[in-house]
Design a protein around this ligand. Structure first.
Ligand code: ADP
Ligand code: MG
Length: 228
């Protein structure tokens, strides 16, 4: 199954996003309110348990807001020429411990040619973090995760290939929708932010997936003009 995701369409969802944020934050807030009331009368182990639950709810709100901040606060982008192979390598390094813990082997297959893209390095790092993390999370019992980097005359192409659960066809078109997640502890914000960043870099992102066999996420970015 293949679907080219039009990021611009996904981004015309401000209203939906606002509703989503309100909803996602109201739930943990409601629970915080309840437990703080209970806490007034609780002691000992019971109080400890309430504190623990409240702590989890605080973390949840923090996580949601942390991811949203990237969208809400449009920090000035810093565009410079970077070799995508370097950025991908840094991301693979950062996620290596998570990969090991999940029995996932990350294999980088990079072209020997320079893959220079004019980009905001931190933003692209965030995109690859999101996508590689999703690939790891899709393989709960481990497997091989290949990150290949190649280039043609005009573009650099990064493929993140996992052997995970795959994405059912009806869900493919929902990728990048705010708060679309199938994970118990997911935020459903990673791909929305990633799509936005890739669009701002004049690139695109595609998914090819087969249920039960795995997913390939392909990110295409234009090569820097300075390079040609
Ligand atoms: P989150 O990871 O918090 O759920 P994302 O926006 O990163 O949010 O991803 C949204 C959803 O897309 C995931 O919950 C999952 O269902 C699906 N998904 C993304 N990448 C993959 C993948 N490599 N394999 C299987 N499912 C994926
Ligand atoms: Mg994710």
């Amino acid at each position: 199954t293949e679907e080219l995701l039009r990021t611009s369409e996904k981004l015309k969802m401000a209203g939906q996003l606002a509703a989503g944020i309100a909803h996602e934050i109201r739930n943990p807030l409601t629970s915080l309110k309840g437990f703080s009331k209970l806490l007034r009368k609780a002691t000992g182990e019971q109080a400890d348990r309430y504190y623990e639950i409240m702590d989890q709810e605080f973390v949840r709100i923090e996580m949601i807001l942390g991811e949203l901040l990237v969208l809400a606060k449009p920090q000035a982008s810093v565009y410079q020429d970077w070799d995508i192979r370097l950025i991908v390598h840094e991301v693979a390094d950062l996620l290596s411990s998570q990969a090991i813990l999940n029995n996932v082997i990350i294999q980088e297959q990079a072209t020997p040619e320079a893959c220079i893209v004019r980009c905001d390095k931190n933003q692209l790092k965030q995109v690859f973090m999101n996508v590689v993390k999703n690939a790891i999370e899709a393989m709960p019992s481990g497997g091989l995760l290949i990150i290949s980097i190649e280039r043609d005359e005009t573009d650099v192409l990064v493929h993140v290939i996992d052997q995970g659960s795959g994405i059912p066809e009806d869900q493919l078109r929902r990728l990048g929708e705010p708060f679309f997640t199938t994970k118990e502890k997911g935020t459903g914000l990673g791909l929305m932010i990633s799509h936005k960043i890739i669009e701002e870099h004049d690139g695109n992102i595609r998914y090819v997936s087969r249920s039960g066999e795995g997913t390939t996420v392909s990110i295409r970015l234009p090569q820097s003009c300075a390079e040609q």
